[in-house]
Design a protein around this ligand. Structure first.
Ligand SMILES: [Zn+2]
Length: 426
């Protein structure tokens, strides 16, 4: 249900999973009692007994997901199936405290308001992440910033909203979560702090692409995310290759091309300095860097053919190098990459082809724009939370914290177990 975006009917899912109909009925009833899913009649069903579509339960688990860009952060509540409700988009000053302080308060506020429905928070950041949470964002001057520590320090300091303000007192600068109801019957203050998952924005965009986008079912793919500069990662069997310390998604910092420009990361001639909003601004002589100038860059992208073509050529020649190295089935572009491909696809391909080995030129991989728009990193942050939740341990914890919903479901465990072993109940 989660993987298909809550779009398939119960009978389709029953077939997909190779279940007997009786087993599926018992499973669905158990999952509904656990407040994990809820069925609605399929739209447009005219005659007879309506076909049911399993979707998220109105009291079901919520993953808080955040995309921290260089100029603003976006916070959303996500339900099983991938439905996203944006809670806040807040500009920040680019400092670690000025960015993560208000974000920590917003996370704590929404976790308090939604109570036991919140199963975790996933945070995407525009820089390499090492050792589970130390982030460097070169353009903003962040070095080894301890993201979990800064987020939790501020959320621990944040005043606890009074109980009568639940649902009406979101954290500063945020909007109420329309359509996302707080948990019923369980005092939020009794709940432990939900787990936090921190990841690189490109790696998380690639994860979302592997689950719900162009990398779905792809064995070897390359994902490139273009924002102020360029990030990229190799995706194998649905997983971004993380590197030894977790900071593997850094194709933008390879020396490709003839530039000897110093990159804020400390290296010289990085590919990412020639692709993205900073490169567009530089091309037309505007100030760039520090996560500033998004709107001007979007104007340049919409109006300056020359700047767009230069970006696309730089992107194309780097893609050739990656294709030679990794032999991917597909190269997916997200962020500004979608627009670069749309507006200057020919220039991009013309720059790519001469760099390809002859054996690659015969059957070059597809180069495609993401179907997820700018949402990839946010959706990937959501997936990181649900990946930990949709496990035996995660679901057991959920059932324990929702005893009212789970108390009168007989023999569910044995049914689940036999299903996981591939047997079908009569
Ligand atoms: Zn660099």
């Amino acid at each position: 249900m989660h993987d298909c975006g809550a779009t398939r009917t119960r009978s389709q899912l029953t077939r997909d999973l190779g279940l007997a109909r009786g087993t599926a009925s018992v499973l669905v009833a158990g999952l509904a009692e656990d407040a994990l899913l809820h069925e609605e009649p399929a739209p447009g069903h005219a005659r007879g007994r309506p076909t049911q579509v399993p979707g998220p339960h109105p009291q079901g688990p919520v993953a808080l997901a955040v995309d921290v860009r260089e100029d603003a952060w976006e916070l959303a509540a996500c339900e099983l199936g991938g439905r996203v409700t944006v809670l806040a988009v807040v500009p920040h000053d680019g400092t670690p405290q000025g960015t993560l302080g208000p974000l920590g308060e917003a996370l704590a506020g929404h976790a308090h308001r939604l109570g036991s429905r919140v199963i975790g928070a996933g945070v995407a950041l525009a820089g390499p992440i090492r050792h589970g949470g130390l982030v460097d964002i070169a353009h903003l001057g962040w070095r080894s910033v301890d993201v979990p520590a800064l987020l939790s320090r501020r959320s621990a300091d944040a005043p606890t909203p009074p109980d009568d303000a639940q649902g009406t007192a979101p954290a500063q600068g945020t909007a109420p979560a329309q359509g996302i109801a707080p948990a019923q019957g369980i005092a939020p203050a009794q709940k432990a702090r939900p787990p936090l998952f921190v990841g690189n924005d490109t790696a998380l965009a690639a994860l979302a692409e592997a689950r719900r986008g162009r990398l779905r079912g792809v064995r070897v793919g390359v994902h490139l995310h273009v924002d102020f500069d360029l990030g990229g990662v190799l995706v194998v069997d649905g997983h971004a290759v993380p590197g030894a310390s977790g900071s593997g998604a850094e194709f933008g910092h390879m020396r490709i091309g003839a530039s000897d420009r110093l990159c804020p990361c400390g290296a010289i001639g990085c590919w990412g300095t020639d692709v993205g909003a900073n490169a567009l601004l530089r091309h037309v002589g505007l100030a760039y860097g520090g996560g500033r100038g998004r709107e001007q860059a979007e104007r340049v992208l919409a109006t300056s053919e020359e700047a767009v073509a230069a970006n696309a050529r730089a992107l194309g020649s780097g893609i050739a190098a990656l294709v030679n190295a990794h032999d991917p089935e597909v190269v997916v572009l997200s962020g500004h990459g979608v627009e670069l491909l749309k507006r200057a696809g020919e220039a991009l391909l013309a720059a790519c082809e001469p760099g390809l080995m002859a054996i690659r030129r015969d059957a070059p991989p597809r180069i495609e724009g993401s179907a997820l728009g700018w949402r990839g990193s946010l959706l990937g942050a959501m997936e990181s939370v649900f990946d930990a939740f949709l496990t035996t341990e995660g679901l057991e914890l959920w059932r324990k914290s929702h005893p009212d919903q789970a108390c009168d479901t007989p023999d569910r465990q044995s049914v689940t177990h036999s299903t996981l072993n591939g047997e079908s109940a009569p």
